[in-house]
Write a new protein. Structure first.
Length: 182
């Protein structure tokens, strides 16, 4: 049992399949006895993962900056909702509370959070697992770019190896369980 921080989209207007993925992740997280740490919004995939996690009995913690409470519609049903002053405080609170990080499809906010936690791990500033669930090739262009950076010597193999890429919900939780047990 661990606290899993899930990064995912806050944007509306995305395909229903992504909301279904977020729901499946929240349900599985709860079924496995984990707790959820998230951005504390009700909208889009963020809201779907939190609702499904709670429906499955998981404890949910949301961390939302005060100025985003309206835009992302604060998840007031969260078991614990932290309202912080800045985005930096949000990310720190999410990081501090999480044992592992799982990124789903998302936009620039998701990418920013993912890259920050991944680069910190690759610099040995933490040893928490970082997993990306890419169920439909959403991240294929990013993998191509990163692999190209590695081939040209800009990214070390050890750094790439710290970003665990999986394509199913089962595989995501299997790799999280394995890494959390190490
Ligand atoms: P997005 O992937 O752009 O839909 O955003 C997903 C989540 O990331 C939302 O909760 C955003 O508020 C959050 N976010 C946006 N910008 C940043 C940032 N610079 N650092 C951390 N999180 C962010």
């Amino acid at each position: 049992m661990a606290a899993i921080c899930v990064y995912c989209a806050s944007g509306t207007g995305i395909a229903e399949a992504y909301l279904e993925l977020a729901t499946a992740v929240g349900a599985r997280l709860a079924a496995d006895g984990h707790t959820l740490v998230s951005g504390g919004g009700r909208v889009s995939m963020m809201g779907a993962v939190a609702r499904a996690a709670r429906a499955g009995g998981a404890h949910t913690t949301g961390v939302i900056p005060v100025h985003l409470q309206g835009r992302e519609i604060a998840d007031t049903d969260a078991d614990e909702l932290l309202v912080v002053d800045t985005m930096r405080e949000r990310k720190k609170a999410m990081d501090d509370r999480a044992d592992a990080f799982l990124a789903l499809p998302g936009g620039i906010g998701t990418l920013e959070e993912l890259f920050e936690v991944w680069t910190a791990g690759s610099l040995t500033m933490h040893a928490k697992p970082v997993v990306v669930l890419d169920h439909d090739g959403f991240y294929a262009p990013l993998w191509a770019f990163l692999d190209g950076l590695h081939e040209r010597g800009f990214v070390r193999a050890e750094a790439l190896d710290r970003l665990h890429r999986v394509d199913t919900v089962d595989a995501a939780f299997a790799v999280l369980d394995r890494l959390l047990a190490e």
